[in-house]
Design a protein around this ligand. Sequence first.
Ligand SMILES: *[C@@H]1O[C@H](CO)[C@@H](O)[C@H](O)[C@H]1NC(C)=O
Ligand SMILES: *[C@@H]1O[C@H](CO)[C@@H](O)[C@H](O)[C@H]1NC(C)=O
Ligand SMILES: *[C@@H]1O[C@H](CO)[C@@H](O)[C@H](O)[C@H]1NC(C)=O
Ligand SMILES: *[C@@H]1O[C@H](CO)[C@@H](O)[C@H](O)[C@H]1NC(C)=O
Length: 259
Amino acid sequence: SAGYPNLWPSSSCKEPLDVSKSSTFDVVSGILTDMRKIFPFELFHLGGDEVNTTCWSSTRHVKQWLQQHNMTTKDAYQYFVLKAQEIAISKNWTPVNWEETFNTFPTKLNPKTVVHNWLGPGVCPKAVAKGFRCIFSNQGVWYLDHLHVPWEDTYNAEPLEGINNVSQQKLVLGGEVCMWGETADTSDVQQTIWPRAAAAAERLWSRREATSARNGNLTALPRLQYFRCLLNRRGVQAAPVTNLIARSPPIWSGSCYDQ
Ligand SMILES: *[C@@H]1O[C@H](CO)[C@@H](O)[C@H](O)[C@H]1NC(C)=O
Ligand SMILES: *[C@@H]1O[C@H](CO)[C@@H](O)[C@H](O)[C@H]1NC(C)=O
Ligand SMILES: *[C@@H]1O[C@H](CO)[C@@H](O)[C@H](O)[C@H]1NC(C)=O
Ligand SMILES: *[C@@H]1O[C@H](CO)[C@@H](O)[C@H](O)[C@H]1NC(C)=O
């Protein structure tokens, strides 16, 4: 928003964007229109996570607007998300929103919403039971910047966990591993992503039965070790698979296949 400082509630309190101005939604609309010209896809991720509304209640003109509209900051959060959804849908996008939107106002969300899980387990079961589609990204297993998650946990994650009804299972679009930038840069991003992204990928591309309840050390591990060596040969700086802490170097010399 640096190019449009009007989007800020004030120059000293910059996010979330100013909910009180219609120009804020003109910008949202403009972006969604421009993106529509470039990308043919169905989904547009509208975010909605970790929203801290303090700037709305602490900035005088926004606070006045809230009072005039008889809205709490929580109401305004819902208003913002739903308005952005409406704009997106009018431009033929299907909105994806982080799970906080579903957790906060599940009955208000547009029924087309794809709920994007991240905070923990158990969200997709609730979302699909209400008829929403869902994407699984439980941070306990599929946030690649969580360095203490071992490859087995990434591998053994089950996007359909807790969903027994077959028609509800179909509402889980799949999953996504997330690589956030706070604790990585170009010097270590590849070894943070690989090889654990490959462990999640095998899980997503396999039938549920094909990967569960096996000794991963005997089955999946050699495959991932081989794949990691393949990545290294092609210049991708994938870290050893069995690292206790992701992206750390091998603990001793030896063949790539054994690390
Ligand atoms: C919320 O935003 C306010 C104002 O920017 C900031 O002072 C506060 O630390 C934030 N709270 C959290 C939990 O991040
Ligand atoms: C303001 O909102 C509250 C809670 O939703 C409601 O009880 C009240 O009647 C509203 N007041 C006005 C003036 O609309
Ligand atoms: C499965 O879920 C669908 C959609 O929520 C529902 O209509 C159906 O009754 C459920 N089936 C069973 C056996 O619970
Ligand atoms: C796989 O190997 C690791 C490291 O040697 C060990 O900690 C773990 O218990 C093994 N898992 C199984 C299922 O044997």
